[in-house]
Each structure stands twice: as structure tokens, then as C-alpha cells.
Design a binder for this molecule. Sequence first.
Ligand code: SF4
Length: 80
Amino acid sequence: MADVEERQVHGLKIRIDRTLCVGFGECVEAAPEAFRLDGQDVVEFAAPERVSREELLRACQACPVDALSVLDSEGRQLVP
Ligand code: SF4
């Protein structure tokens, strides 16, 4: 899998930097439908479109190492 994964969801661009993820799973706890850990305990997308915009933002904000970033449709960085 690529080091960086991106999805467009609810007008947000969500980016996972898998090189930064330390796998404690705060994002998975906050939004288990959106994120999961792979076999190496590195985060990957599950089904982020099933989760509300607010829940996605909260889950991305929960990351202690800024592995999850969020941009809005105008390219403004909302998280971290
Ligand atoms: S909260 Fe951050 S470090 Fe923890 S699993 Fe999610 S992306 Fe990885």
C-alpha cells in the first residue's frame, strides 16, 4: 500500500500518512467505520463515507502524531 492515501469525503480531502502512524488506534476508536488498522497495525481507510463529516473531523483530530490531515474544498487545512 502507498505511504500516503487520500479520499474525498463530504467535501473534505482526508489524507493518511502511513509513515507517521504509530498504530495506537485513537482514530479507529473515534470512527471505527471510517478507519481500521491493517495487519501491520498501520491505519487504512475502511468506509469513511459512512461516517458524518463531524465524526471524521473528530477522528482525524484525535491522532497524536498528525498522521491524518484534512483539507476543505478550497484547500484550507482543517486538521491538524
Ligand atoms: S490515531 Fe494516528 S497514529 Fe493512531 S492509528 Fe490513527 S492514524 Fe495511526
